[in-house]
Design a protein around this ligand. Structure first.
Ligand code: SF4
Length: 243
């Protein structure tokens, strides 16, 4: 998709960010048509498959992985979920956004980042010339923690092979961790998010660049931080363009 300067300015305005002129033009805004996309529907319509041993997860293709997640009972969150929230977007995306865990609406709809936080994420994407369908969006956890509590270490550990396989299948040019919980889980650290922003990391034992920014739900509560999130996305865009 091409988003022209006028449209981008409108999305920035919707995010509450004053329009400014970057020192260098944003290459992707002038880029050609996007790569072909395959839209992943978040709803769990696949038949429930028998759960293969965890060792097989790294060998599964997208559809088998999605079926495996839909049937997963590896941690206690399976007991309270409405459905699993596998992920959504293009399976050929350059950008992978990773949040913390499904909330109430995500649990209901089976899709990550819906509701107001999802709308803000969509606007953030549009501001850098991307539609939601052109990126891939997932969470550290595929099931909703009750009352939206933080994921427990054993839950994140149990769910990690699924996310790792998604990353391996996707091989994105950049991973953007949305919020403290996602960043700390992905980078295996307890560093505060404010100290993680503005730098480029590498995800685990891959060469995939990883950047950290604020969670859209936090930005809704703290709109003054939106400019920092914009700066983070501009940095991520430079990484993608260079990659
Ligand atoms: Fe399985 Fe992950 Fe859901 Fe736990 S959160 S039941 S590990 S899919």
């Amino acid at each position: 998709m091409n988003v022209n300067r006028h449209e981008r300015d409108a999305y920035l305005h919707a995010m509450g960010i004053d329009v400014w002129v970057p020192r260098r033009p944003v290459d992707s805004l002038a880029a050609g048509p996007p790569r072909a996309t395959v839209i992943e529907l978040g709803r769990q319509t696949a038949p429930i498959a028998p759960v293969p041993p965890a060792a097989e997860v790294p060998l599964l293709d997208w559809d088998a992985l999605k079926s495996q997640v839909a049937a997963c009972t590896l941690c206690g969150l399976h007991a309270t979920r409405t459905q699993t929230v596998f992920g959504v977007g293009s399976r050929t995306a350059d950008w992978l956004f990773i949040g913390e865990a499904p909330g109430a609406e995500e649990d209901r709809q089976g899709e990550p980042f819906v509701g107001r936080a999802g709308q803000l994420l969509n606007n953030m994407l549009l501001a850098i010339g991307l539609r939601r369908e052109q990126v891939y969006i997932a969470n550290v956890l595929k099931c909703r923690p009750p009352k939206n509590r933080d994921p427990r270490p054993e839950e994140a550990q149990a769910c990690e092979p699924y996310l790792k396989r998604q990353i391996d299948l996707l091989r994105p040019k950049v991973i953007v961790a949305l919020g403290r919980i996602a960043a700390q889980n992905l980078l295996k650290t307890d560093t505060p998010i404010g100290k993680m922003r503005g730098r480029t990391y590498v995800y685990a034992d891959t060469s995939i660049p990883l950047l950290v920014t604020y969670h859209p739900a936090y930005l809704l509560r703290s709109p003054a931080e939106k400019r920092k999130a914009w700066e983070d996305l501009m940095l991520a865009q430079k990484v993608v363009t260079a990659g």
